[in-house]
Every structure is written in C-alpha cells, then in structure tokens.
Design a protein around this ligand. Sequence first.
Ligand SMILES: NC(=O)c1ccc[n+]([C@@H]2O[C@H](COP(=O)([O-])OP(=O)(O)OC[C@H]3O[C@@H](n4cnc5c(N)ncnc54)[C@H](OP(=O)(O)O)[C@@H]3O)[C@@H](O)[C@H]2O)c1
Length: 264
Amino acid sequence: MNFKNKIVWITGASSGIGEALVYELNELGAKLVISSRKSDLLYKVKQNCKKNPLDIHVLPLDLEQKGTLFSKADDAWKIYGEIDILINAGGISQRSQVVETQPEVEERIMNTNFWGSVYLSKALLPKMILKSKGHLVAISSLVGKFGTQYRSTYSASKHALHGYFDSLRCEVYDKGIEVTIICPGFIHTNVTVNSVMADGEKYGLMDKNQSSGMSAQECAMKILEAIDQKKEEVLIGGKEKFGVYIKRFFPKYFSKMIRKRKVV
Ligand SMILES: NC(=O)c1ccc[n+]([C@@H]2O[C@H](COP(=O)([O-])OP(=O)(O)OC[C@H]3O[C@@H](n4cnc5c(N)ncnc54)[C@H](OP(=O)(O)O)[C@@H]3O)[C@@H](O)[C@H]2O)c1
C-alpha cells in the first residue's frame, strides 16, 4: 500500500477505528492531521506513534458544531498546504427505540454522523477539485445498508451517507476525486460504550457482538486497502456482512430474522 508522504486527515482519531488508522498510517509514512473533541486523548495517540511525531498534527474539533467546521477544514488544509485523503471516522451510535428517543438526541446523532462528515468534505472539495486530486472516505456501517431496532437514527445517519456520497461520486468522477464508503460490521471498539440512549445519556456498556468482533487494527488495514485500491464501497466484518445480501435478495426473510434478534 502506498501511503508514504500522503497527507491524511482523520476524524474520530482519539479512539477505536480512527485511532487504529492513525497507528497504521504512521507506520506507512503518511503525514497526518488527527481530530476529535478530546485533545488530551489525541495527544496520547500522537505519543503512541512510533514514527516521526512531526508528521502528526492535532486539530481538535466538535462535529456537532457545524458552524465551526469550514474554518476547521481551512486550518487542516493550511498545516501541509493540501490534503490528499479525508477519512470521516468520527461518530456516535444509539441504544434507544424511536418512541422514547428525544428529538434533540436524534439531531445530535445526525449532526455528528451525517452533517459532520458532509461539512468537512464540502469544505475540502473545491480545493481538491482545483488540484484535480483528493479522496473522501465516509465511514458508514452495515446498518447503513439495513435498519434494525434501537438504531433508528444511527441507521438513518449512515443510510444518508450512502445517498450523499454515492451522488457526489457521480459528480466528481472526472475531476480526479475518489469517494469510498466503508461499512463495518462488529468491530471491537468502545462504540457501544459511547452510544447514546433516549435521553442522550451514555449507554456505558460494551455489547457482546463488539467485544467478540474484529479488532480495530484489522479493520483499519482493510479500510486502507480499500482506499489504496480506490474501492467505491466495502463491507468489513465477519458473518454479519451476509445480512446485506439477505436483505437484498430475501427482504421478507430478512425482516423476520432481524426482528427476532435480541438487541438493546
Ligand atoms: N465499532 C463498530 O462496530 C462500528 C461498526 C460500524 C460503524 N462504525 C463506525 O465507525 C466510526 C468509528 O467508531 P468506533 O467504533 O471507532 O467508535 P469509538 O471508539 O466510540 O470512536 C468514536 C470516535 O468519534 C469521535 N467523536 C464522537 N463524537 C464526536 C463529535 N461530536 N465530534 C468529534 N468527534 C467525535 C470520538 O472522539 P471524542 O470523544 O474525542 O470526540 C472517537 O474518536 C463511527 O462512525 C462508527 O459509527 C463502528
């Protein structure tokens, strides 16, 4: 994989998949901008990197604060004078049913997962088009391909990424811009611990599926392969990936199967 001297901006870099991407890309000689809300954690991630620390710049941001994201993108661009790849890995999941979830919580999930990725990508797009090169990566989910109980707004935010970034890909295919959508299944990170409940409180528990899921490091390697090979969309995970094909070819059977699943 050729990431040497590639300039990569990663959101969600303080934890889980984003953090694992930082370590892999650092090993591969990339120049990085790393973002999330918690700057103390971002500096720890930077410290953990074994290769040149001068090639890692911390840029804290809050994806919920839409009004700040265009200027954050300008700041990120100015660090190296360009950005080759933006990986939108920052996000939050959900553990609550539609009937009980406060609308403000739903807005928070949409703002973080959908609008956060969209604003940062839109801010970089004109600059990438001017240079006739750039790669935008959206981290969706298998629930970006189907819905399941207790994940309504999370699933909606991920479905929205597909509509938006698939459309964008059509518009920029002849402008040197690549668009990749990644759909992870169960990956061993704190995503369930950090999920929000109906009232916006943190769920605080690790789901069994995540604790027995693929490691964040393996997931990061597969994401980098997909980016390197300019893939349009990839599913990453174990047998849960078959859900996408069952839904496509046997939708009624899929509905029966998914509603029997025990999820919180
Ligand atoms: N793990 C899985 O099984 C799985 C499956 C499918 C999809 N995904 C997706 O993969 C991506 C990464 O998740 P993960 O598994 O690595 O979970 P994670 O360990 O909880 O990491 C989430 C990251 O997002 C950042 N973040 C959350 N809210 C933010 C905000 N308002 N502004 C800026 N950054 C924010 C967090 O950093 P701060 O707290 O420092 O802001 C953290 O770095 C997410 O988009 C998630 O939906 C994960």
